[in-house]
Ligand binder design. Structure first.
Ligand code: ZN
Ligand code: FE
Ligand code: FE
Ligand code: FE
Length: 168
């Protein structure tokens, strides 16, 4: 077997995140339907649209690199998403359930931010400028999605959860 390079590792990780994004296009509708707060529901639906566009950007990344556009199962995303039904089955009251969904979604966004941050560093190091531009666009959306979830948690959901947690 030929010795693998940083470029091979770059392709490997692009295929991993491509799988992760595909998994998210299937999971985000479930998060949206489980959410009770309407802003949170809309937030998940909006990020679903962004995620579909991210898959298209990754297709352009593979085209630019002249390699096959395919995924390689991201086990980490499978693990993070496997926790979602477990949270739903806890039988939490609405405010607490929304808090749980936000927490799960932020773990996903943080995984993506770490993955795209690394991919951007490698793309820059190897002068893949067009690819870097596409990856930076995705990274900015992941950071904005994470920030929006933090704001939702702070302004509405945590308040509701705390009020109901107080003894009557
Ligand atoms: Zn390269
Ligand atoms: Fe994404
Ligand atoms: Fe992964
Ligand atoms: Fe995301």
């Amino acid at each position: 077997m030929a010795t693998k390079t940083l470029h091979d590792l770059f392709v490997n990780d692009l295929r991993d995140i491509y799988s992760a994004e595909h998994q998210l296009t299937r999971a985000l509708p479930k998060l949206a339907s489980a959410a009770t707060n309407s802003e949170l529901k809309q937030g998940f639906q909006q990020h679903l649209e962004e995620t579909r566009a991210q898959v298209d950007r990754l297709d352009r990344v593979f085209e630019t690199l002249e390699i096959a556009s395919r995924g390689q199962t991201c086990a980490a995303m499978e693990g993070l998403l496997a926790e979602v039904p477990q949270l739903i089955e806890l039988g939490l009251e609405p405010g607490a359930l929304d808090a749980a969904l936000i927490a799960a979604a932020q773990k996903v966004e943080h995984y993506e931010i770490a993955a795209y941050g690394t991919l951007c560093t490698w793309a820059k190091a190897m002068n893949h400028d067009r690819v870097l531009t596409l990856l930076l666009e995705i990274l900015a959306e992941e950071k904005a999605a994470d920030e929006k979830l933090t704001q939702l948690a702070k302004t509405t959901i945590n308040t509701v959860a705390l009020q109901r947690a107080r003894p009557a």
